[in-house]
Design a protein around this ligand. Structure first.
Ligand SMILES: Cc1cc2nc3c(=O)[nH]c(=O)nc-3n(C[C@H](O)[C@H](O)[C@H](O)COP(=O)(O)OP(=O)(O)OC[C@H]3O[C@@H](n4cnc5c(N)ncnc54)[C@H](O)[C@@H]3O)c2cc1C
Length: 419
């Protein structure tokens, strides 16, 4: 991480150099790579704050498929179509869409090469490629294995595959989920998935069981989840922590088997949530470090490894801030405001960022965690006492309200991101 002094040096150099470029080019050129929660928000916010900017969003897919609420799709509570969002309103906001993949960044020349053969020059580059699954992180788990043991950690065909497998499973089958060590996309996601699959089993295939093998001893909203499992699914869910031997060391796709240091578990339906890393373009651009993630400073999310390149969303290491759609959207707004300020020769104000993550443990039973974050010593830290989780002793009406708030949150965040 850049020290505060190092950051000020970079910021000062940038604020001296950039206005000259901005004057020569008009308001400036910003290229955003990745049209997910982080990238689409950043592109729209940049145009909103400074209509004179030339903003190009590079994204190969015509339709974005959102992960939040995809666990509902897996258990038949929702249709995958409800997860789909287009880019018409992003284009209507004045953002130029490049419907292709960014294949290489040249930080010295300040250009991005696209798969369609064109090259885009930028004054500032925002990388928001999300995560790649780390195919070398779990022996036996390959792209081919994922067709038998889906991850469903990128919404789309994988989500549908896991749903079909659950539907086809006989009553009495064993569903096994493996959760990775931190950091990874959506810390409460595996536990929400386990809860909703347990609800599906309880209501549709009551003789079945769910085993959750974990590479951690502690996880997000843990007491809330565990209390709910004890109350709602006592004979269905079994969670095996790291210290109880839950870490999966290899996978055998031929037999749908998870291997740990102590045992082998053969599944009827196997969901492997593998280790992850920042999207490939971040590795290529030299903004990812040896952890596979991208260190950034917390005022504008500029890379500490490559000046002029900002990294937002899941790809970035964000101190205490989790990898969530809410966080990606919040970081994108702060990043866009900081870029506009710098291109105009101003200093961006110190930001405060919020994250809230809702999880469903049953269709009418929601729980949440919220945090507020501020820069401190080159990181974003959680402001003590500013956030919290749902109460442990809430009644059914409170849980039901939280389930409804979760749905309104999804409508709001997707409208804020895609228009
Ligand atoms: C099961 C599940 C449930 C979740 N539930 C929640 C929830 O309830 N609340 C919440 O806040 N978060 C939730 N999340 C997390 C959330 O989905 C992610 O944190 C969020 O999508 C991160 O946004 P992003 O923009 O960084 O990445 P993404 O949304 O993944 O977007 C990345 C985009 O970049 C594009 N891209 C990648 N590489 C390139 C390239 N080289 N060139 C051009 N484009 C490229 C991709 O096509 C993609 O469109 C959940 C995740 C999962 C898996």
């Amino acid at each position: 991480m850049t020290s505060r002094r190092g950051f000020l040096k970079i910021a000062a150099a940038a604020s001296m150099a950039v206005p000259a470029i901005a004057r020569a080019q008009g308001a400036g050129r910003v290229v955003v790579v990745g049209g997910g929660f982080a990238g689409a928000t950043a592109a729209r916010t940049l145009k909103k704050l400074e209509p004179g900017l030339v903003v190009t969003l590079v994204e190969p897919d015509a339709t974005f498929i959102a992960c939040p609420f995809s666990n509902d799709v897996i258990v038949g509570l929702r249709d995958l179509k409800q997860q789909e969002f287009g880019y018409d309103k992003v284009a209507a906001a004045g953002v130029t869409l490049a419907r292709t993949t960014a294949s290489a960044v040249d930080p010295a020349a300040k250009t991005v090469a696209l798969q369609d053969g064109t090259k885009l020059a930028y004054d500032r580059l925002v990388l928001a490629p999300g995560v790649d699954l780390n195919w070398s992180g779990l022996p036996g788990y390959t792209e081919a294995a994922a067709e038998k043991m889906p991850h469903a950690w990128k919404a789309g065909p994988q989500t549908t595959l896991l749903r079909r497998q659950l539907e086809a499973m006989d009553d009495g089958g064993l569903v096994v989920i493996s959760a990775p060590a931190n950091p990874y996309r959506c810390p409460p996601g595996p536990y929400e998935r386990a809860s909703l699959i347990a609800w599906y089993l309880k209501t549709k295939k009551p003789k079945s069981k769910l085993l959750l093998l974990d590479a951690k001893d502690v996880f997000s909203k843990q007491r809330l989840f565990q209390n709910a499992w004890a109350a709602l699914y006592p004979d269905i869910v079994e969670w095996v922590s790291l210290s109880s031997g839950g870490k999966v060391t290899s996978i055998d796709p031929a037999t749908l088997t998870f291997v740990t240091d102590f045992a082998s578990h053969k599944a009827a339906v196997a969901n492997v949530i593998p280790p992850q890393k920042a999207g490939a373009i971040a590795q290529q651009a030299g903004v990812a470090d040896r952890t596979g993630w991208c260190p950034v400073e917390p005022f504008s999310f500029e890379s500490t490894l490559q000046p002029g390149i900002h990294v937002i969303g899941d790809a970035a290491i964000m101190g205490g801030m989790p990898k969530s759609a809410f966080a990606a959207n919040a970081q994108a707004k702060v990043c866009a405001a900081a870029i506009v300020a710098r291109l105009a020769g101003r200093t961006a104000p110190e930001p405060r960022l919020i994250n809230t993550c809702y999880s469903l443990v049953a269709p009418d039973y929601g729980i949440s965690v919220a945090g507020v974050y501020k820069p401190d010593k080159g990181q974003l830290i959680d402001i003590p006492g500013a956030g919290g989780t749902s109460p442990l002793d809430a009644d059914a009406a409170f849980r039901s309200d939280e389930a409804r708030y979760a749905e309104s949150w999804f409508r709001t965040i997707t409208a804020e991101t895609f228009g």
